[in-house]
Design a protein around this ligand. Structure first.
Ligand SMILES: C[S@@+](CC[C@H](N)C(=O)[O-])C[C@H]1O[C@@H](n2cnc3c(N)ncnc32)[C@H](O)[C@@H]1O
Length: 302
C-alpha cells in the first residue's frame, strides 16, 4: 500500500507555499506533486557533513553513510521532477564529484552547467589555499526540452561597461550591452551572509544570498511553476520563489528552522523584487578611459 499523503506544517496561498517538517528522503515521496512528477525546479543546498550545528540534524556522519544519504535524497528529488525540469545542487569540493557521477551515470541526467559561486572572506588557513567557492551544479532530464529563460537573467557585459564596445548594443540577442552571466558567480550582493548583512536571519547556518536563488529561479522556472527545496534552512529559496510568483514546496528536518523560514517567507525578501531583476556589472577592471568617442573600439588585453 502506498504511504498516505502528508499535511504541510506551514502553508500560504497565492501562490501556494508549503513547508513540511521531517527527513526529505521520506517526506518527498509522500508529497502529491512529487508523486505526480510535477516539480519543475529543485534547488538543493544539503548539509556538507562539516560538523555544522544545524539545530537537529547531525552533520558529522561517517563518510559512507553521508554518501548513502546523498544518493538517497538525490534519487527522491530526481523522481519528483517533470520531464522538462531541472535540479541544481550547491555543494563544495569534497562531494561534487560523487554527485556529478551519480546524476550522470545512475540517473542519466544531463549536466548543462557546472557553475561556481565565488565568495570573498573564506575561512583563513595556512596549510592550503583558502576555500572561496561552492559548486552550483545544473542538471536536467532533457537538455533539448527544458525551461530556460535567458532574457530574464541578463547582466551588463564587460565589453559594454569596461571597453565601451558599441557592437554590444547592436547584437541580435542580448541587446543594450547585456549578456547571459558567466558560469562563475560573484559580485555585489553575492557574498556569504554573515555579520551585519541586511539579509541575515538569526540562528541559521550557511544562509545563501538572495541573488543566487533569484538567478536560478528566474532562469529555470516560469511564474506559477513549482519550485522545491529539500533543505529549506532559513528559507532563501522559498522567500525568493514566492516573491517571483512561483509555487513553493520545502522540506526541513528541524521544526524550529521550518518555523523561522516560514516567518521569513511571510516577511518577503530584502533585495529581490518581482518587478525589477537585480542587475549589476561584474566587471573586475575599472572602465577604460575613452580617448575619443569616435575611435574604433579596441580589443584590449585583460
Ligand atoms: C545548508 S542548510 C540550507 C541553507 C539554505 N539554503 C538557506 O539559504 O538558508 C541545510 C539545512 O538542511 C536541513 N537538513 C539537514 N538534513 C536534512 C534532511 N535529511 N531532510 C531535510 N532537511 C535537512 C538542516 O536542518 C539545515 O537547515
Amino acid at each position: 500500500m502506498p504511504p498516505r499523503a502528508l499535511k504541510p506544517t506551514h502553508s500560504l496561498k497565492d501562490p501556494d507555499t508549503r513547508i513540511y517538517v521531517g527527513d526529505c528522503r521520506t517526506i518527498i515521496p509522500r508529497i502529491p506533486e512529487c508523486e505526480a512528477k510535477s516539480v519543475d525546479l529543485i534547488f538543493a543546498d544539503p548539509p556538507f557533513n562539516w560538523q555544522v550545528k544545524y539545530d537537529e540534524w547531525h552533520d558529522g556522519l561517517p563518510r559512507d553513510e553521508y554518501l548513502k544519504f546523498t544518493r538517497e535524497w538525490l534519487d527522491a528529488c530526481v523522481d519528483a521532477l517533470t520531464d522538462r525540469g531541472a535540479i541544481w545542487v550547491n555543494i563544495p569540493d569534497d562531494t561534487a564529484a560523487e554527485i556529478v557521477v551519480h546524476l550522470k551515470n545512475e540517473r542519466k541526467l544531463t549536466m548543462v552547467n557546472w557553475c561556481i559561486w565565488h565568495y570573498r572572506f573564506g575561512q583563513n588557513r595556512m596549510g592550503s589555499f583558502i576555500q572561496s567557492k561552492v559548486h552550483a551544479l545544473y542538471f536536467v532530464k532533457d537538455k533539448d526540452n527544458r525551461i530556460w529563460n535567458s532574457t530574464d537573467i541578463l547582466e551588463p557585459s564587460d565589453r559594454a561597461t569596461t571597453y565601451f564596445d558599441p557592437r554590444t548594443h547592436n547584437k541580435k540577442e542580448g541587446k543594450n550591452g547585456l549578456r547571459v552571466p558567466m558560469d562563475v558567480w560573484y559580485g555585489k550582493y553575492w557574498g556569504r551572509i554573515q555579520g551585519n548583512n541586511v539579509e541575515r536571519r538569526a540562528n541559521h547556518k550557511n544562509q545563501l544570498p538572495e541573488v543566487y536563488l533569484e538567478r536560478v529561479i528566474r532562469a529555470c522556472s516560469d511564474e506559477g511553476m513549482i519550485v522545491m527545496d529539500p533543505f529549506t534552512g532559513s528559507g532563501t529559496t522559498g522567500v525568493v520563489a514566492r516573491e517571483l510568483g512561483r509555487r513553493f514546496i520545502g522540506t526541513e528536518y528541524s521544526a524550529a528552522n521550518a518555523k523561522s523560514a516560514f516567518a521569513r517567507i511571510k516577511d518577503g525578501p530584502v533585495r529581490v523584487s518581482k518587478d525589477a531583476p537585480t542587475v549589476h556589472t561584474t566587471a573586475i577592471f575599472p572602465p577604460r578611459a575613452r580617448r575619443n568617442d569616435s575611435a574604433t573600439p579596441q580589443e584590449t588585453s585583460r
